[in-house]
Design a binder for this molecule. Structure first.
Ligand code: CJB
Length: 829
């Protein structure tokens, strides 16, 4: 497959002994080969980590084989390709996912076994690739898996940060951030492409030349940095297709700074050049606010410049006119972070390829597709014009020109409504002049996509209201999804086997709508028994992990109630904590006879706070302070426990999600653009306790409100509630728990004071007080349902059964058809 049928190729193929073999004996040989020659340890003595390394290299060989075939096939067919640009990818671990998708998991397990190792133990040796912050970044990873599985001719592009997302270390209940130097132990999954490297320019001046009688701009840079490619193969499931995730690393440029070397200061010149590498050094850990930082802007431009050079080079390999560019290339912008790609393509087409402005704009305005992930208008990025002018002088000119044309066009339609014109302008006037990256993206992208139906409503009516009224057809939504390969097949193998048994097929792994077939067995007593057994084993595994991490012993008989996600005020981990305090307070004040009716709970919270986000860090500390009190109260015993899981990441999620009974998604309505962990919990048969927000609204439609616990204000009620809030009195039980925190019942009263003030002195923006009573009702309903194990198991089965619509396979097929205009291109087996 993939090889041209000439005799030389056949000879080469023969010399290599054909394709790599996947029977357990061949796999053992390959593993030992890599122990000896790649890891350079003795095959007579190697440990679990070395076994992991060798195993990973043997998997890598198989990935490369398929990668070559796929890329060669794409090249031959030359279809329209999708380029997925994202500054963040949360890939997590690769080993288990790869061998599952390649369909050789059992063979590897057997091979390892015969060498005296256990696959599960060896797989645990791998660290997470955490090149992203939260939902947005994990979404990119899920979508790559779906693009590969659905055979789409797609490439992902990202940055190869040396330091991924910080490691969260908890000391005395406080979060500390430690660097994540994830490449310390090598990374067998990437292929360094030293021959794929591009110069990226910064600073300097714009000059004019006359070319064929026309004026042409040339950017004379003040600094150059090399972008070197690192390829990460992404295998599809049940297909030979293996697509590429190309990550760029910054390296010093040979062409840069020759001057300073000539001045004789050799040592300083070397050190200066080395600074180039800082561009791709570290991931920004704030997942919503990165305004106006030079390094961030450099990162973004470095990224898009490398991508665009690579994409145009590949286009020119098989095409000789830009007339067909829009038939061959679609560029997906994962939020506005890579939006500089827009002026960059304009610059390349006009200044370097010498297309006229109108022709170039005709191309640019058709190839970009934006996905917005946020509902906060203040979350959108701004670039100070001064900074832009110094770092990217030519791009600033281009943005001005785009804006000029846009404003002229707009005036023809809306006349002299200057307020609106100034709101829609790409350039924000004021004491500091800024480029509004969101406006630039909306003006230039062919479509703007929300991540859930309600999110689109909010984009239309709040965030991009002016733009929606002007360009209604530009705005669409494609509800997010997650991949069932990672979130069921890899992370919950026993549930996977059970589902396949009851559906009579494992075809749902590619065709996830088949999960609906579980509905007809939702009342079957045998299924219930098996379902409960699988869930219990996962809970025991989680209980062991909790004890190892926090020293708290928890009983798998209790309900495991979980909230894991980034810590944000709008996600309301504080509401959860106040609910737990209330529960504790109630139990303390109960008669013995009532205590016997209490459903034992283990409350589990996990997530990272952005290093500069004070309120979020206080919430983490409060969780520890409350946990400390409850867990050590002999009066409470197993009735209630509260544990914080430190350093929540993808591989921790793979353990926590399958072991949860109840999972909380309790953002103030109108604040969560979509949410995606709700979908992962759903797939694993966890029952949701949630507000009607983001994608949860669509989940309610799919599985029915009677199979979930829904509470709280609705999106359309929130603005009025905020206005009314001053006159409203918080319910007594709410005031009481806030007072307990304020009065130092859990210690640290000065430290927690701002959290209490935000609620009872500063207007309670996130409406904790308003939603508290209905939150407690929903929790009480969950307790009641849990006691009735038959009812609970039914709800759990129906959750999994209804999760198919929330697969990223559906999202990617939607984008392919309605936005990008790409078609599957399946490499023959
Ligand atoms: N999101 O993770 C991030 N980071 C951001 O900077 C902005 C948004 C999240 O993206 C997810 C994927 O679309 C959404 O599900 C989630 O609601 C949103 O907060």
């Amino acid at each position: 497959a993939g090889l041209a049928p000439d005799s030389k190729a056949e000879r080469m193929f023969g010399l290599m002994d054909g394709f790599l073999r996947n029977d357990p004996l061949s796999l053992q040989k390959d593993i030992l080969y890599h122990v000896e020659y790649t890891v350079a340890r003795s095959r007579f003595s190697f440990d679990d980590f070395e076994a992991y390394q060798a195993l990973a290299h043997s998997v890598r060989d198989r990935l490369i084989e398929r990668w070559h075939d796929t890329q060669q096939y794409f090249k031959r067919k030359d279809p329209k390709r999708l380029y997925f640009l994202s500054l963040e990818f949360l890939m997590g671990r690769t080993l288990s996912n790869s061998i599952t998708n390649l369909g050789i998991r059992n063979q590897y397990a057997e091979a390892l076994n015969q060498l005296g190792f256990e696959l599960e133990v060896v797989a645990e040796q791998e660290g997470d690739a955490a090149l992203g912050n939260g939902g947005l970044a994990r979404l990119s990873a899920c979508q790559m898996d779906s693009l590969a599985t659905l055979d789409f001719p797609a490439w992902g592009y990202g940055l190869r940060y040396q330091y991924g997302l910080f490691r969260q270390v908890i000391l005395d209940g406080f979060q500390h951030e430690h660097p994540d130097y994830w490449l310390n132990f090598g990374n067998p999954w990437e292929i360094e492409r030293i021959h794929v490297s591009y110069s990226v320019k910064f600073y300097g001046t714009v000059e004019e030349e006359v070319l064929n009688g026309e004026k042409n701009k040339i950017w004379v840079p003040g600094e150059m940095v090399e972008a070197v490619a690192y390829d990460n193969p992404i295998p599809g499931y049940g297909t030979r297709n293996t697509i590429n995730l190309r990550l760029w690393a910054a390296k010093p440029s040979d062409q840069d700074d020759v001057e300073s070397f000539n001045t004789g200061d050799y040592i300083n010149s070397v050190i200066n050049r080395q600074r180039a590498e800082t561009i791709s050094n570290v991931l920004y850990p704030d997942d919503r606010s990165y305004q106006g930082k030079e390094l961030r802007l450099k990162q973004q431009y470095f990224f898009v410049s490398a991508c665009i050079q690579d994409i145009i080079r590949r286009f020119k390999d098989t095409n000789n006119s830009f007339d067909v560019f829009t038939d061959k290339v679609a560029l997906q912008l994962n939020d506005t972070h890579p939006a500089l790609a827009i002026p960059e393509v304009m610059r390349v087409l006009v200044d370097e390829e010498h297309l006229g402005w109108n022709q170039a704009w005709g191309i640019v305005s058709k190839i970009f597709f934006l996905t917005s992930h946020t509902v906060q208008p203040e979350g959108s990025e701004k670039i100070p014009v001064d900074l832009m002018e110094s770092l990217l002088p030519r791009h600033l000119e281009i943005i001005y020109d785009i804006n000029f044309n846009f404003m002229e066009e707009l005036k023809k339609h809306i006349g002299s409504d200057y307020d609106r014109l100034s709101r829609m302008s790409i350039v924000e006037e004021g004491p500091v002049k800024n480029i509004r990256v969101a406006n630039l993206s909306v003006v230039c992208c062919y479509s703007v996509n929300g991540v859930s139906r309600i999110h689109l409503e909010l984009l239309k009516t709040r965030v991009f209201k002016d733009f929606f009224e002007y360009w209604p057809e530009k705005f669409q939504f494609k509800t997010n999804g997650v991949t069932q390969r990672r979130w069921i097949v890899v992370s919950n193998p026993s549930l996977c086997a059970l589902i396949s048994k009851w559906l009579g097929t494992d075809a749902w792994i590619r065709d996830v709508d088949l999960l609906m077939g579980l509905r007809e067995h939702a009342g079957n007593a045998d299924l219930h028994q098996e379902w409960q057994m699988v869930r219990r084993v996962n809970k025991i595994r989680l209980a062991e992990y909790i004890e190892a991490m926090s020293g708290v012993k928890v009983s798998p008989d209790a309900m495991f109630d979980v909230q894991v996600k980034r810590i944000h005020e709008y996600k309301r981990q504080l509401l959860n904590l106040l609910g737990i305090i209330h529960r504790y307070d109630c139990i303390k004040n109960m008669k013995e006879s009532d205590r016997r009716k209490v459903v034992p709970r283990v409350c589990i919270i996990g997530g990272k706070a952005a290093p500069g986000y004070e309120a979020a860090k206080k919430i983490i500390k409060l969780c520890h302070a409350v946990g400390e009190k409850i867990n050590n109260d002999p009066d409470i015993g197993d009735l209630l426990k509260l544990v914080f899981i430190p350093d929540y990441n993808v591989s921790v999620a793979e353990l926590v999600i399958p072991g949860s009974d109840l999972s909380q998604h309790i953002s103030t309505a109108g604040h969560e653009a979509s949410g995606t962990s709700n979908m992962k919990f759903l797939m694993n048969g966890c029952v949701l306790l949630a507000t009607s927000d983001g994608s949860t609204i669509e989940i309610i439609e799919e599985i029915g409100e009677e199979n979930m616990f829904i509470f709280g204000a609705k999106v359309h009620e929130v603005p009025a509630l905020r206005k009314k809030h001053a006159e409203m009195k918080a319910p007594l039980q709410f005031a009481r728990v806030v007072r307990m925190v304020r009065d130092g019942y859990f210690g640290f009263e000065d430290y927690f004071k701002p959290l209490c003030d935000a609620i009872d002195k500063q207007g309670d923006f996130y409406l904790l007080g308003h939603d508290f009573a209905s939150y407690l009702e929903a929790q009480a309903a969950a307790d009641k349902a849990y006691v009735d194990q038959e009812k609970w198991t039914r709800m759990s089965i129906l959750s999994t059964a209804g999760s198919g619509r929330f697969s990223s396979d559906r999202t990617m097929a939607d984008y392919a058809e309605k936005a990008w205009g790409i078609k599957p291109c399946k490499c023959p087996l």
